[in-house]
Design a protein around this ligand. Structure first.
Ligand SMILES: [Zn+2]
Length: 195
């Protein structure tokens, strides 16, 4: 397994380096969530990069019939490394995970943060929250397209989606991903800076 060939891992690690140069003190673990933020931010950048590859995006939109809340590669990080580690699943998944041999969406759990230990586990909660915000933005932006494609019912007929619809859904997903990633990056400028 060559992690140097994994786009997700390179995007994640590069983001750590960029964050270090903007906020060097974010590397000092003054409380458990400082390093958790580092991990979360690196995952957020890596995940939303997925939406900048038009072929991957269209393929996943077609497979999920536009429902990005179902299992897709878009919300998962480092699938190959996860498999190589014997997890039978991606290294991290913002939306769900394998349970009893089947992928299931995570249920919201307000007590999760209390029990989460370590920067990756705590960071995953922030990643999931940002990804959920992205999904609701995407859902509200495609509601008209779904109505047009379903004679007003909003419920798509069974079968493969028309390629034109796939392209329009992909365009909305990619635009929403760009917007939410920009919001997250801009937030760094609002954080206190120390020299
Ligand atoms: Zn990391």
């Amino acid at each position: 397994m060559f992690t140097c060939l994994s786009h997700d891992i390179i995007a994640h690690e590069t983001t750590h380096a960029l964050l270090d140069s903007i906020h060097p003190r974010f590397n000092e673990s003054t409380n458990p969530d400082v390093l958790a933020f580092h991990e979360a931010f690196a995952d957020i950048v890596a995940i939303f990069q997925h939406f900048s590859f038009p072929e991957v995006l269209s393929d996943q939109i077609a497979r999920t019939r536009g429902d990005l809340e179902s299992q897709s590669l878009l919300g998962q990080l480092a699938q190959e490394l996860g498999q190589a580690l014997g997890r039978g699943a991606a290294l991290r998944d913002a939306l769900g995970g394998m349970k009893d041999g089947k992928w299931q969406a995570h249920q919201p759990n307000p007590k999760l943060l209390e029990g989460a230990k370590g920067p990756h586990a705590r960071g995953a909660i922030l990643v999931a929250a940002v990804f959920r915000a992205f999904l609701s933005m995407y859902r509200s932006r495609i509601v008209d397209l779904l109505r047009i494609a379903s004679n007003g019912s909003g419920i798509l007929p069974a079968g493969a989606l028309h390629p034109d619809l796939v392209n329009r859904l992909a365009a909305e997903a990619s635009k929403s991903a760009k917007h939410i990633l920009q919001m997250c990056i801009r937030a760094l400028d609002y954080c206190p800076r120390s020299m």
